[in-house]
Write a protein that binds this ligand. Structure first.
Ligand code: KMH
Ligand code: ZN
Length: 277
């Protein structure tokens, strides 16, 4: 079992409104400050969604390039841009995210109901994302919202080859209304299905909302890594809003230490994931 834990922070997302969640980082300054705070308490990867001047989700290429540059200049974090965007974002805008040349980008492995919306990920689009990322030296994080998407990942790798760097890393995004539940049983089913993926495949897991703590504990006990952040949960405990992303990272790091798997440094995470130097 891995002796350390990779912690990814997903600080903003595309779903919550700043007016509802004041702690949400929406400006570049807030994003960079969040990155620094989260790195200091144990994060090694930042999963980035941007907001515009009105705090609405945006995939503007100029803003994405600025964010990649600023995070690289001010932190050691591995910069992972979301290619998922918001449910309304068209495929061409989502592909253009790669032009900002991040270290990593997300690559969702199938279509899923997403609350009242549909998060559309056609097979041809997935293949295009996977292929473009390899061509540009960007490491994918395959986002898995349901069990069958692991089978889709195996099909992708069988037909289209390994990603850049040769290492396969995925993230179980659990408890989305419309996807798999945020339970130990569902996580174990995913771990069993991962036996069909290349040897050495690693995973992190996150549980949306109430799934946060059960998924964190299940992932640690199953040898997995962790993703936390305001993208995934805005409540720290029943009736208690999250104060900051760093608060969530600090809690994850504390659980990881208790599990005798302390947080990985960004340098260790780069080696694990095969990020270009
Ligand atoms: N905002 C969701 C529709 C990703 O970042 O790649 C998609 C999402 C996944 O958050
Ligand atoms: Zn995301």
């Amino acid at each position: 079992m891995t002796t350390t834990t990779l912690i990814t922070v997903a600080p903003t997302g595309a779903e919550s409104r700043k007016s509802d969640v004041p702690a949400l980082p929406v400006t570049l300054e807030e994003l960079v400050a969040t990155g620094k705070e989260c790195q200091a308490v144990g994060a090694s990867v930042i999963h980035v969604h941007l907001r515009d001047d009105a705090a609405e989700p945006t995939l503007d290429l100029g803003l994405l390039k600025d964010a990649v540059g600023a995070l690289r200049a001010e932190t050691d974090l591995i910069v992972q841009l979301s290619s998922g965007g918001a449910v309304t974002d068209p495929e061409e805008d989502r592909l253009r995210v790669l032009d900002a040349e991040p270290d990593m980008a997300s690559c969702t492995m199938g279509t899923v109901n997403f609350g009242d919306d549909v998060f559309l990920n056609r097979w041809a689009f997935i293949v295009e994302l996977h292929t473009r990322m390899r061509d540009r030296g960007i490491v994918p994080e395959y986002e898995i919202f349901d069990l069958g998407q692991l089978t889709a990942l195996r099909r992708l790798l069988d037909k289209h080859g390994l990603p850049f760097g040769g290492h396969v890393h995925l993230d179980l995004v659990m408890n989305v209304p419309g996807g798999m539940p945020g339970t130990t049983e569902a996580l174990v089913a995913c771990v069993q299905a991962m036996r069909d993926l290349p040897e050495g495949t690693t995973f992190s897991a996150t549980g949306i909302g109430r799934g946060t703590l059960p998924v964190m504990l299940a992932s640690l006990s199953a040898g997995g890594h962790l993703r936390v952040g305001l993208e995934d949960t805005v409540t720290y405990a029943k009736g208690v809003p999250v104060e900051s992303n760093a608060q969530l990272v600090a809690r994850a790091a504390a659980f990881a230490r208790l599990a005798q798997r302390p947080p990985m440094t960004p340098a260790e995470a780069r080696t694990l994931l095969g990020i270009r130097g």
